[in-house]
Design a protein around this ligand. Structure first.
Ligand code: AHR
Length: 335
């Protein structure tokens, strides 16, 4: 549905502004301050924006990869103000510290659209399009409870490799999962950041394997790339993971490579974070341009994935959750 919507909008724009006839002054200028390039998820997010906000669709996109540097991201936003772009898109590395620069955007009359991660200390933006990270964490926790019950596992000893500290993705996933863990009395052994990278996941897991040898039966990685690194570390340490093995391995993102590892019986369950926000951002821009009201918050649709034997019934905040069985077709259709 998301892709169909994007395709319709792309076609409509292509008809309105043929690439050959487009002049710079006809294009809508958009500045995008992206977090960085730390994960498969991020690559898909960047591609989604570059595809939608292309010149042939009537846009002049200024893209800045901020390399996970908060100061560089604020600089990028200020450079967009200098350029007097029509719209600014921000995926905030960190959830706080934004009010001053958003005030500057506001004073310059440039609407800001926040994507993916949230800004928690300012509301000076037109709209936010992204994921409910706390729901993702709650879902992972409640799934684990139902799965452990099904398998007759009574004691859960959990190691978490968290995402970039202070990002709303890390805060929400940690809050959600830890809330469930406390409710059921699980042993949360340790939580250290892998910065959403494969190298970070591997390094943290290598330390965990040394420090907590034989003491853990659950590893939660806050994105797939951390899980890839953690699997390398566990392979090297002789720790087995995935359905039926020593460790239940939980991951977030559900990127193509993550789902391939679910299908291969390595990741036990994967909780999606949907990176394809750009078509919805374009809808916001179209509405703003038409002087229409926009929704302040737009939530992406997300799914929870496992193999058939790991599918269990569970609820989040009283709502029954559906799980998707990973097949080749599902992997093929994923970002
Ligand atoms: O903000 C979304 C998170 O950031 C994704 O889970 C992760 O892969 C990315 O780097």
């Amino acid at each position: 549905m998301k892709k169909v919507l994007g395709a319709i909008m792309l076609t409509a724009m292509a008809v309105a502004i043929p690439a050959a006839a487009a002049h710079a002054e006809d294009l809508i200028s958009v500045g995008f301050a992206q977090v960085g390039h730390e994960s498969d998820w991020r690559t898909a997010s960047t591609k989604s924006c570059q595809d939608v906000f292309s010149e042939e669709n009537g846009y002049d996109l200024s893209f800045v990869d901020c390399d996970n540097d908060e100061a560089a991201q604020k600089e990028a936003v200020r450079s967009f103000i200098e350029q007097d772009v029509d719209y600014i898109i921000i995926d905030p590395i960190i959830a706080t510290g934004w009010d001053t620069v958003l005030t500057e955007c506001d004073e310059a009359g440039i609407p800001v659209i926040v994507i993916d991660r949230t800004i928690d200390d300012s509301d000076k933006y037109a709209a936010w399009v992204g994921s409910n990270f706390k729901t993702e964490g709650l879902a992972a926790g409640e799934w684990l409870k139902a799965y452990a019950d099904k398998m007759g596992i009574e004691e859960l000893n959990v190691l978490t490799i968290s995402g970039s500290t202070g990002s709303s993705a890390q805060i929400g996933r940690s809050d959600g999962f830890n809330e469930v863990a406390e409710k059921y009395g699980w042993n949360l052994i340790d939580e250290q950041t892998g910065d959403f990278t494969e190298a970070g996941g591997q390094e943290v897991m290598e330390n965990y394997c040394k420090s907590y040898e034989g003491q853990f039966n659950v590893v939660v990685c806050q994105n797939d790339n951390e899980a890839f690194g953690a699997m390398t570390a566990m392979d090297n340490a002789g720790v087995t993971y995935g359905p039926g093995n020593d460790v239940i391995l939980i991951s977030y993102d559900a990127c193509t490579a993550g789902l391939e590892d679910v299908k291969a019986g390595k990741i036990t369950a994967d909780f999606e974070c949907n990176p394809l926000a750009a078509p919805f951002v374009e809808e916001v821009i179209n509405k703003l341009a038409a002087g229409e009201e926009v929704e302040k918050e737009v939530y992406m649709v997300e799914h929870w994935y496992a193999l058939e034997d790991q599918i269990v019934e569970f609820e989040v905040d009283g709502a029954a959750q559906e799980m998707t069985v990973v097949t080749d077709e599902v992997i093929e259709a994923q970002y």
